[in-house]
Unconditional design. Structure first.
Length: 473
């Protein structure tokens, strides 16, 4: 086949009908067309805007995190508040503690009931047994303390205050130092009898001594349970001989016939600091047991002891001590001594076989003594002189006049009375340790022995003593 050649052979790659300028333009358009197709293949075309008919396109939500904000954490679980166990009182509560507390020398009686007669201490004041400065002091009230008032003295100078737990449940305060409220119409109260005052010589300047800043009871031992001899007045001084280990009681010399041993104990809280030389440690004697006195019958004459006091075999200190009448416990009065200074009272047979003993009237508040008969005193028991101890021998010192029996108890025969403050040689002790056996003259006891209650003696046993069986009754 014949090949046809054009007359322009060097330009045979050109498209027919296109000039070079047109070819160049065609190439440019082709390149743009290819580039546009590549772009449309790799992305989503953006829709064109239409002015005539807008079509809102929904916005796709993004997951971009929000910035943190300060928030309050949720509350933790807590226990609900407890329910009250008892509803609030709608009435005035009953006073639970009806006993006066004593802290050091400060008295804390129960709070007065609302609207009752009351008194407020305007300074530190004393509360006494009776309405006068020569009555002993029970303790103190501090400024601002409130007490219940129960009555007034006849002269109106003293208030009677409610003091449960003390004799007659009362004490007395000086009215000018008390601001009273609701006190109109209070009754006049009979004061208790005034206890005897112990009179003694004053100590020398060289002796260790104590001075009393209050009127106080003097007792047979260092404690409130010991019987009372009488009172030492405010401002007095006494020679000191001993002090207890705890420092709460002093033993002083009392030159008075009311104190058989001439020695008595007083509380430290109502005395000024000791002056003079040193004193030794004193050890307490046994506490005499309280007599279990029968309660007075409704129609009986009666009285109330204001302090622990000795019961005696007759109306006087020359009679033996038989037991102790406890304070505040009513007793039956069966008679009075001719001088009216002693009451005869009913006691159990363990105290006296005839069931009668005597108590000093100034220590008893009489509640009903109209028509009490006057009773003649019994004879004073015969004194017995015991054997004196030798060097190193065991001995006892009677603290009062006491009866020596021929066995351990008043159901045995009484041999006589050992005098107070006289040494007695000890030859034995009872199996129960409640009685000492002392040597007596055979003219008094055929076997030379007498039995004495250890509660009424102070023992000095440098060496042991044998146990002795009691004789047959």
């Amino acid at each position: 086949m014949k090949t046809i050649h054009s007359k322009h052979s060097k330009n045979n790659d050109r498209l027919p009908g296109f000039t070079p300028a047109m070819l160049t333009l065609l190439l440019i358009l082709t390149s743009l067309l290819v580039a546009g197709c590549q772009a449309s293949a790799g992305s989503t075309p953006t829709p064109s805007k239409s002015i005539s008919s807008p079509s809102p396109t929904p916005t796709v939500p993004t997951s971009t995190p929000l910035p943190p904000t300060a928030t309050i954490p949720p509350p933790t679980a807590t226990e609900p508040p407890p329910e009250p166990t008892t509803p609030p009182p709608t009435e005035e509560p009953v006073q639970a503690d009806q006993t006066t507390q004593v802290i050091s020398s400060v008295l804390i009686p129960p709070e007065p009931k609302q609207g009752s007669p009351s008194g407020t201490a305007t300074t530190v004041i004393s509360v006494r047994v009776g309405p006068a400065l020569n009555y002993p002091v029970y303790g103190l009230l501090l400024e601002g303390q409130v007490v219940e008032l129960t009555g007034a003295s006849e002269d109106g100078e003293w208030w009677s205050v409610y003091l449960p737990g003390f004799p007659l449940d009362q004490g007395w305060t000086y009215a000018p130092y008390v601001q009273a409220a609701n006190a109109d119409g209070l009754p006049t109260i009979q004061p208790p009898p005034l206890p005897p005052t112990l009179v003694f010589s004053q100590p020398s300047s060289d002796d260790p001594f104590v001075r009393f800043r209050e009127t106080v009871y003097a007792r047979s031992g260092p404690g409130l349970e010991y019987p009372v001899y009488g009172v030492i007045q405010q401002g007095d001084s006494a020679r000191a001989v001993h002090k207890t280990e705890d420092g709460e009681w002093w033993q002083v010399v009392v030159y008075s016939n009311l104190v058989p041993t001439k020695l008595a104990w007083v509380p430290d809280q109502f005395i000024e600091p000791r002056k003079g030389g040193a004193v030794g440690v004193g050890f307490p004697s046994p506490v005499p047991g309280n007599a279990e006195l029968p309660a007075p019958a409704p129609e009986a004459h009666a009285g109330i002891p204001m302090a622990p006091v000795y019961l005696r075999g007759g109306p006087g200190l020359e009679y033996p001590a038989l037991g102790v009448a406890e304070e505040s416990i009513p007793l039956t009065i069966t008679g009075a001594s001719p001088n009216l200074e002693w009451w005869q009272v009913q006691v159990p047979p363990s105290i006296s076989l005839d069931e009668q003993a005597w108590i000093s009237a100034p220590f008893v508040f009489p509640t009903d003594v109209d028509g009490v008969p006057v009773v003649e005193p019994p004879p004073v028991p015969e004194l017995v002189s015991p054997f004196e101890p030798g060097a190193g021998d065991p001995w006892v010192l009677p603290l009062d006049n006491i009866i020596a029996y021929d066995g351990p108890g008043n159901e045995y025969s009484a041999l006589g009375m050992l005098p107070a403050n006289v040494k007695a040689l000890v030859v034995g002790v009872s199996p129960d340790g409640a009685w000492y056996i002392v040597r007596l003259p055979q003219s008094v006891s055929p076997n030379g022995q007498g039995w004495v209650d250890i509660a009424y003696v102070t023992a000095f046993l440098q060496r042991g003593v044998p146990v002795i069986e009691p004789p047959a009754k």
